[in-house]
Design a protein around this ligand. Structure first.
Ligand SMILES: Nc1nc2c(ncn2[C@@H]2O[C@H](COP(=O)(O)OP(=O)(O)OP(=O)(O)O)[C@@H](O)[C@H]2O)c(=O)[nH]1
Ligand SMILES: [Mg+2]
Length: 498
């Protein structure tokens, strides 16, 4: 009790002292400031302004330094988004940069080469696009009777991209493109068809009824990349005039709800004819099934195409080019993502190997400062750089500190998983404690790297507490998933090193 009172008195005296010192300091500062000010005011004006300028500059510098130290830098989202209007130079520049960084740009490059070839040839590309069995190939056959297209009742009859030459009444050089139908069992065909549609000047979107959900999404995507589009309602022979009118009305309403950029005269009802099996009875009473061609009725489609080309001929080249630049940019982005994944794999593998080696070499593998050291810092820096994040050293330190505090809880699990994992390798016998520790440490590095890659690719930036939280949430899963890989690595090092 007495001691308590004593401490309180000491604290009270200290507070008093601090206040006296503070008052003294303030008086001293004020006096000298006023002194200086008086002399400056009396002195030449140049000195006064110069002095004020230096003071302001010092203050601004101090504020900036504090700001940099305390406030986190954010990468503006706009820097990562692909701009709406890519020019040929933009995309070429991006390709050069990516190639120099080691990204495989061949697919994106091939798009630009194909575009250049089409620009030289000068034909107008009309791409028939739609779900399987809506009659795309039949429509091409109706327009180009000599076309060697495959038509079948069984969906998925077209499996590659083919171009057929067609000259319309206005004398345009036109290539009709037949692509695989979408919505079949092979999703690769959907991708192939959509890309070809992006390369074309105009898309003839073929449907055989109202638009289903997937079809609406495809129309939306094509309109979004600025494709001029004719909506072709095929197989209209199956409906009477009133039903056809109702269907067209529904399609128009549907298009309106999708943004309404398709004009009314670009929705047409046609009949490609298609084939029909007819039973023919012979004079002797025998029955033969004969495949017959139904008469085609595609006049309105030809009119719609001609009108569109007349109206939009000046702009379709530019629109097509822009869509191809975007396609190339998308392919480049895919290649970049692939490259990052491969590089990050290498970076994580290297860091994990070093961690395992370090733990194996340590006299006492119990050193629990796992990830704050050089290996953790270097791995975090490299991964951030790979994903275009620019963290300050302080951020990395904060992230590693936060993660380290979470490692304690995961270590027992990591040790157990490491022990079990090692037993799975034949010929190991009893597993030495040092090896288990080394694998456990390696697993934690591996988990750290993998969760960081997920965080960076998900958010596109590095925020220490978010990254550390995601590391904690995913650590058990990553540890379980990495065990074979890391155990193998440790065994290789041990046998290779000894
Ligand atoms: N009733 C009717 N059937 C048609 C018409 N056009 C095509 N068909 C039939 O629809 C089926 C599919 O025709 P295709 O031309 O192969 O259709 P597709 O869209 O090219 O099909 P995939 O290449 O598999 O995507 C065939 O059995 C055709 O005979 C039409 O106007 N009316
Ligand atoms: Mg086909």
């Amino acid at each position: 009790m007495k001691l308590d009172r004593f401490i309180r008195i000491v604290i009270a005296l200290l507070i008093l002292l601090v206040f006296i010192v503070a008052i003294g300091a303030m008086l001293f500062l004020t006096e000298s400031a006023l002194n200086v000010w008086d002399r400056l005011v009396d002195g030449p004006k140049v000195l006064l302004y110069g002095y004020v300028a230096v003071m302001v500059a010092l203050l601004v510098t101090a504020i900036e330094l504090v700001w940099r130290l305390v406030v986190r830098r954010k990468i503006p989202a706009a820097k990562r988004a692909v701009p709406d209007k890519l020019s040929q130079n933009d995309i070429k520049q991006r390709l050069r940069e990516a190639e120099a960084a080691g990204v495989n740009v061949s697919e994106a490059q091939a798009e630009l080469q194909e575009l250049a070839a089409r620009q030289r040839a000068g034909a107008i590309h009309l791409c028939f696009f739609g779900e399987v069995s809506t009659g795309k190939s039949s429509l091409i056959r109706a327009l180009v009777p000599a076309a060697d297209v495959t038509v079948d009742v069984v969906g998925g009859s077209t499996t590659d991209i083919q171009h057929y030459r067609w000259r319309n009444d206005l004398g345009h050089q036109i290539l009709l493109t037949d692509v695989p139908g979408t919505g079949g069992h092979d999703a690769g065909f959907d991708e192939q068809a959509l890309q070809e549609a992006q390369r074309a000047h105009v898309v003839l979107f073929v449907t055989d009824g109202d638009l289903a959900r997937q079809e609406s999404l495809a129309v939306e995507a094509l309109l979004a990349c600025g494709k001029p589009l004719v909506l072709v309602m095929n197989k209209s022979d199956r409906f009477d005039v009133e039903e056809q009118a109702a269907l067209i009305q529904r399609l128009l309403e549907h298009l309106d709800s999708l943004g309404g950029t398709v004009e009314r005269d670009r929705v047409v009802a046609v009949s490609a004819g298609g084939e029909v099996d007819v039973v023919e009875r012979g004079a002797d009473g025998s029955e033969d099934v004969v495949r017959r061609q139904r008469p085609a009725d595609v006049g309105v489609l030809v009119v719609a195409i001609n009108r569109l080309l007349e109206e939009a001929l000046d702009s379709i080249d530019e629109q097509r080019d822009r869509a191809v630049f975007r396609l190339a940019a998308d392919k480049l982005a895919e290649a970049e993502a692939e490259y990052r994944l491969q590089r990050s794999e290498q970076i994580i593998r290297n860091a994990t190997r070093k961690a395992v080696l370090g733990a194996l070499a340590a006299v006492s593998p119990g050193t629990d400062v796992l990830i704050q050291g050089y290996i953790g810092t270097a791995m975090t820096q490299e991964l951030c750089k790979l994903y275009g994040a620019a963290p300050r050293d302080l951020d990395i330190e904060e992230f590693l500190n936060l993660s380290q505090s979470r490692v304690g809880r995961a270590l027992p699990l990591s040790l157990a998983v490491a022990g079990n994992g090692l037993k799975a390798f034949p010929g190991i016998g009893t597993v030495a404690g040092g090896l288990v520790h080394a694998v456990a440490y390696g697993l934690i590095f591996d988990a750290l790297g993998r969760s960081l890659v997920l965080t960076l690719s998900r958010h596109g930036e590095f925020v220490p507490d978010v990254a550390a939280k995601e590391f904690e949430e995913g650590i058990s899963e990553h540890i379980e998933a990495g065990v074979r890989r890391v155990a193998k690595m440790a065994l290789e090092q041990k046998t290779g090193g000894s």
